[in-house]
Write a protein that binds this ligand. Structure first.
Ligand code: PBG
Length: 313
């Protein structure tokens, strides 16, 4: 059954479609701004107008969803720009819904892009204060909903944030707004280039107190279970390729809509090796995304979304 490509297609178990892919976008203040991220060739920080154009291009290729990250004008200890009505993400959501009403616009809910210390929550001394952070995350999620977001995606990894966000949304008339939770998010060395793009590297210490230990997978099941109990509609495993076993366990155990995030280093590794002529980009990207789906992901957040969708369509 492998003799011809038609036979192979007939018995293929896993297929990729443009609608499996979610495109992340980094939105910055200003107009006409497009800065390529040095460690992520082909990925840009973009002002609202340019990000909206990029979203439309992706949509034309069949990508149905985008995930927005904001890089604000100014940062402070409590990440105040994260929950401003006129914040960069809030404006981007509105612009995208205007030019592409059918596009699923998802927003990342976290404080690390907005705090001057780069941690995902507020600090008490050098510790992240979990419970005090919940209020700010709930406020941020609500302001994204009010701006018109179709879904919110908390990536901060504070305990209890899905529940806090769910009740804040419900109390304000957003009962039907879904939550995609970064449920099993590891404290990973694979996020470096993202932190260049989002300008969110912690100014001291690391994220070991709130993100998961790469050695654990039973713990991933507990994290996912808690998020589902608190009201998550989609659960995510992140990074993707180094955690395929976790993805499979999560999918088998819960049978929930499951997302995987092919993160910035997964992207950069492929790009850099391609620049050196060491691998065939199309082939390796397809193989990676197929592996991620085969392992249990229903859809994938990937910086390759636009290019792959154009190829597929
Ligand atoms: C914010 C966040 C991170 C990523 C997504 N949301 C970085 C981090 O936890 O430091 C990483 C994504 C990537 O590497 O592509 N909390």
């Amino acid at each position: 059954m492998r003799r011809t490509s038609a036979l192979r297609a007939l018995v293929r178990e896993t297929r990729l479609a443009p609608s499996d892919l979610i495109l992340p976008l980094f939105v910055v203040p200003g107009e006409g701004v497009e800065n390529e991220v040095a460690s992520m060739p082909g990925v840009f920080q973009q002002s609202v107008d340019r990000a909206a154009e990029a979203a439309c291009r992706a949509r034309d290729a069949g990508v149905t969803s985008v995930l927005l990250f904001g890089v604000p004008e100014s940062k402070d200890a409590r990440g105040s720009d994260a929950y401003q009505e006129e914040g960069v993400v809030q404006r981007a959501v509105a612009a995208m819904k205007r030019v592409a009403p059918d596009l699923v616009v998802i927003t990342d809910v976290c404080l690390c892009e907005y705090t001057d210390h780069g941690h995902c929550g507020v600090l008490h001394g050098e510790e992240v204060a979990n419970d005090e952070t919940l209020e700010l995350l709930a406020r941020e999620a609500l302001s994204h909903a009010q701006a018109g977001a179709d879904m919110v995606a908390p990536s901060d990894m504070m305990d209890g944030r899905v529940g806090a966000i769910r009740s804040r949304l419900d109390e304000n008339g957003f009962e039907s707004l879904p939550i995609m939770s970064y449920a099993a998010k590891y404290c990973s060395g694979f996020y470096g280039p993202f932190r260049d793009a989002a300008e969110s590297a912690p100014s001291f210490g690391d994220r070991t107190s709130y993100q998961m230990d790469p050695a654990n997978s039973d713990e991933a099941l507990r994290e996912v279970k808690l998020d589902i109990e608190e009201g998550a509609d989609i659960v995510m495993v992140k990074p993707a390729l180094p955690y395929l076993d976790v993805l499979r366990r999560v999918k088998d155990r819960f049978g929930y809509p499951t997302a995987a995030y092919q993160v910035s280093v997964e992207y950069a590794m492929i790009k850099v090796a391609c620049e050196r002529g060491w691998l065939d980009e199309d082939r390796v990207v397809h193989e990676s995304l197929t592996a991620i789906k085969r392992a249990g992901a229903d859809f994938i957040i990937t910086y390759f979304a636009g290019a792959v969708a154009e190829g597929l369509s």
